[in-house]
Ligand binder design. Structure first.
Ligand SMILES: C[S@@+](CC[C@H](N)C(=O)[O-])C[C@H]1O[C@@H](n2cnc3c(N)ncnc32)[C@H](O)[C@@H]1O
Length: 296
């Protein structure tokens, strides 16, 4: 029996423009929401160039080995794996964070936590900051990059997530001002330990809503990073109830949440009784996203 060799790649198929069109079509059929951009990002990363280079050289031939690598990555995207996991990186607060499937991909709306943390701490202040539910460390490390005197504790229940946070602290030269703690919320902190500010982006999706999220989220991001229990508020409630024990007087708790959870979260804070003010902050889409509570 003779086995025929695989059909040779035709010359036009191996050109940048043809390869991009083919990937774009493949991604569109798979329901990817930015097929053109993702095709370009994949080809650019394999060729080690930027997207502008692809635009400038549409007729350039792509070497066979590069095409194989492009196709392997494109297959992952076609299965709806997020681009950030495929590329291993996501920009947050203009910092290129390393991300792995052990961590939530940092979202632009969480930059509001950073903005408020920096505004409340003041440049030059020797703030003790806790990034509670730190994941990749995006929030805490972005704050540390803005506040040169701040000491930041990155805390997460998942040791592998903190592995990613550690690699990011190294990448951004912030190891000396960063501490990593594996803990179920505040449990592993020393009794009496205090922070000037706690910023948290906890899991806050209601369990029943998880499967209805886009496949990039529901099939690839860690459930531990998303699932907030029956109404999405399990961790938010625990955080608001327990945070005063380790917040300095006049310190702040910032929590990101779904806008639909704001009223309930504020009611929990009133019942808790240790906060003397509550403010709501809107994200860039104009939705209430961060609750700011001041410790009395
Ligand atoms: C929504 S992600 C936020 C990650 C990161 N702060 C960000 O904004 O990109 C929530 C994180 O909370 C962690 N987590 C879940 N339950 C926890 C718990 N009980 N105690 C501490 N961390 C927890 C998850 O491992 C995950 O890394």
């Amino acid at each position: 029996m003779t086995i025929s060799p695989p059909a040779a790649q035709s010359e036009s198929e191996s050109k940048v423009s043809a390869l991009l069109s083919r990937l774009e079509e493949q991604f569109t059929e798979a329901g990817v929401d930015s097929p053109e951009l993702d095709a370009q990002l994949i080809l650019a990363v394999v060729l080690g160039c930027d997207r502008a280079h692809l635009h400038a050289h549409p007729e350039k031939a792509v070497p066979h080995e590069a095409i194989e690598r492009v196709e392997a990555l494109a297959q992952r995207r076609t299965a709806r794996e997020p681009m950030a996991y495929i590329l291993g990186e996501r920009e947050f607060w203009s910092m290129p964070f390393l991300v792995s499937p052990d961590v939530l991909i940092p979202r632009p709306e969480s930059e509001l936590l950073v903005e408020r943390a920096v505004a409340l701490s003041g440049y030059g202040g020797e703030s003790r900051i806790l990034d509670l539910c730190a994941g990749s460390g995006a929030v805490g490390l972005a704050v540390a990059s803005e506040l040169p005197q701040a000491q930041v504790t990155l805390l997460d229940l998942c040791p592998k997530a903190l592995g990613a946070a550690k690699r990011n602290a190294e990448k951004f030269g912030l190891v000396s001002r960063t501490r990593l703690v594996v803990s179920d919320l505040f449990d592993a902190l020393a009794v009496g330990e205090e922070f000037d500010l706690i910023a948290s982006n906890p899991p806050y999706v209601a369990s029943r809503e998880l499967d209805g999220l886009m496949p990039e989220v529901s099939s690839f991001e860690p459930r531990l990073a998303l699932d907030g229990g029956a109404d999405g508020m399990d961790l938010i409630r625990r955080i608001i109830e327990k945070a005063p024990a380790c917040l300095a007087r006049g310190g702040y708790l910032l929590i990101e949440m779904d806008p639909r959870q704001m009223d309930e979260a504020e009611a929990v804070s009133e019942e808790q009784g240790s906060y003397h003010s509550a403010r709501r902050h809107k994200d860039l889409a104009g939705r209430e996203r961060v609750l700011e509570l001041e410790r009395a």
